[in-house]
Design a protein around this ligand. Sequence first.
Ligand code: GLA
Length: 441
Amino acid sequence: MKVSPGIFLLAFAAATSALDNGLMRTPPMGWMAWERFRCNVDCENDPKNCISEALFMDMADRLAEDGWRELGYDHVMIDDCWTSMQRDKDGRLQPDPHRFPGGIAKLARYLHERELKLGIYADFGTHTCGGYPGTTLDKIETDAQTFADWKVDFLKFDGCYSSPKEQEKGYPLMSKALNATGRYIGYSCSWPAYQGGLPPNINYTLLGEICNLWRNYDDVQDSWTSVLSIADWFFSNQNQLQPVAGPGHWNDPDMLIIGNFGLSPDQSRSQMALWTIMAAPLIMSNDLRTLTSEARNILQNKAIIAISQDPLGIQGRRLLQEKSRIEVFWRPLTNSASALVFFSRRTDMPYRYQSSLDRLNYTAGLYDVYDVFTGEVLSLPSHTTPFTVSINPSGVVMWYVYPVTHHKLTEGAGRYPNVRRKYRMSSLKHSQPKGEHHFFT
Ligand code: GLA
């Protein structure tokens, strides 16, 4: 049976309701310290790379000055190891005085002056995963108020050193406490990652009501094995995980490690493409001061970011796993557009994969296809027109697919937004020099 994109949309739209703070209607974007900088507190010997206010100010400068913020990367997120080993005399968390001499409120001001947002980390439990003071049940309201007083914009609430029973109380209570401060604070819950990540252990309906995003699974490490195992877990469990994501409430497969040491250029494109199909937060953990232009180009790819930030906020799915070890992924987008990713698990040579949109469940019509990494545009006169893509080992080809017939039929009728004009597809075809595209502006 052929399923029209409309039917898929309806099925996909049956998602849970979101935490009522109005935040993160599209997957959050930004930078987080953990994967790249871990719990390096040795500021004496490694001042440029230790967890300190200087590191976060450096990253804020880079986001503000190197074009990231305008693309949507607007959060700077502190992770573990920022606090002093003791709470202050009033029982409040306090930053390590040597590494954060100005305090968190001043750091928040520094970011806000640059139109950036500050994220902070706490752990529901006796200690953080790194052994710093945790937030037990009796401290939840104090900590929420402290973060609000400092004008923090986002909280990652980890779950080391607490029991499943305690977590059932603690995660909803923190959500309430954050709301009660009156400050808009995005809320990331690590709860599911500590309870296996899947129903029936996890109640994703409840999570959608209390958290803006949640870590479901293992920590990402700086390796392709890690990225692949995370992607595999999410897509193997897509029937349970895909429907629970939507505007304001997202699955979080963890940080983008593009720009570090573990991924080849092809694997970096694969992480970017697969995370975008998953409607994942695009939160980098890398060194923005030393990024290569290759990594920057992948992370700053406007077409991919536009797909990531599509207002429908529908998480995509794996459509096919071929015997040839090619996999095809799909995400529906606004205006009947969609994204396709062709991914190779092969380890030999670029593979010439043949298919047609018809085979991938597209309905009859004339489609234009934009290759988001090469900028090439391809017209497919019919959904049955065969095409071939050449996919590198552990690499991807990623397409933005747009039905031209729909547009032509309705042009001038005034009932549909003129997407082609919005995305400048026609001008792209006739006047854009290859490789230098302004498809998504
Ligand atoms: C856990 C989290 C990581 C990171 C560390 C910090 O492992 O899953 O993302 O926050 O703790 O200790």
